[in-house]
Design a protein around this ligand. Structure first.
Ligand code: BTN
Length: 259
């Protein structure tokens, strides 16, 4: 099936904010993140939205695979936004990106620190952020995968959530159009003033707030939101612990699921 992508509409709204911005839709690529990192390392740090109807080697956080169903253009939206970014402080970027996604899609969507989008205690979308130096520039690739339709639960303890559960009319093109401009605005706001200004908005969408959590670094306790740098605050038996490492995964203590 051929999808009709709103490339022009997106370009028209984003190009005034990101000079030189382009939109590219590929029927297939190994991974939109890998492709944009390759281009940047080859000296092409351009602002670009790269959408793939199918990824053959999608990547997730912590070295995991990100698998899409075969009919990925219909069942999963996969894209990366690449742009030079120069914030004073990079901490909290993944939280700001997640916030832009949930705010642009549906009021019931939540964020699971540091950057998963969840619906009803199941994962709906994932974010993979990578950066590289190109000359004096720092180039960021923000990769996003959103489950649109229910997917198989192969290898997962719980089936992932799908956007169709709360937005039955949403397809890949309309979801992309809803997300990209708010995402670009969020990135520019982040570049200007960091994560701190988004903290309260994050708390309004924080899946873990007030819940018992278990972290892979052994920390357990009650999640108490995030600080101005985006570090997770966990109230443990020995007081408040801050978790800022992206290598640490956190789960609600009772319902445990990931992807
Ligand atoms: C995660 O949940 O671990 C992050 C998943 C990120 C998946 C997206 S799909 C588009 C982009 N290209 C990739 O290879 N990964 C990201």
């Amino acid at each position: 099936m051929t999808l009709r992508w709103p490339a022009e509409n997106i370009w028209e709204t984003v190009a005034p904010l990101l000079p030189g911005f382009t939109v590219e839709i590929l029927p297939e690529v190994d991974s939109t993140n890998t492709e944009l990192m390759r281009r940047a390392r080859a000296g092409r740090p351009e602002p670009i939205l790269l959408v793939a109807e199918r990824q053959t080697a999608g990547r997730g956080r912590l070295g995991r695979d990100w698998q899409s169903d075969t009919d990925a253009g219909l069942a999963t939206l996969t894209f990366s936004l690449g742009l030079p970014l120069n914030p004073v402080d990079w901490s909290g970027l993944s939280l700001a990106v997640g916030l832009a996604i949930v705010q642009s899609l549906h009021p019931t969507l939540k964020l699971k620190w540091p950057n998963d989008v969840w619906l009803d205690d199941r994962k709906l979308a994932g974010i993979l952020i990578e950066t590289t130096n190109v000359g004096d520039l720092r180039y960021a690739v923000i990769g996003i995968g959103i489950n649109l339709l229910p997917r198989s639960a192969d290898g997962l303890r719980t089936p992932p959530a799908a956007l169709s559960e709360v937005m039955p009319e949403a397809d890949a093109p309309s979801t992309l159009e809803a997300v990209v401009l708010p995402l670009v605005r969020m990135l520019l706001a982040f570049e200007g003033s960091g994560f701190g200004e988004q903290r309260e908005a994050f708390h309004a969408r924080d899946l873990l707030y007030g819940r018992e959590v278990v972290c892979t670094d052994g920390t357990t306790g009650m999640a108490r939101g995030v600080d101005a740098s985006g570090a997770l605050l966990v109230h443990t038996a020995s007081g408040i612990q801050k978790i800022s490492s992206a290598e640490v995964s956190v789960r609600p203590a009772v319902t445990s699921t990931d992807r």
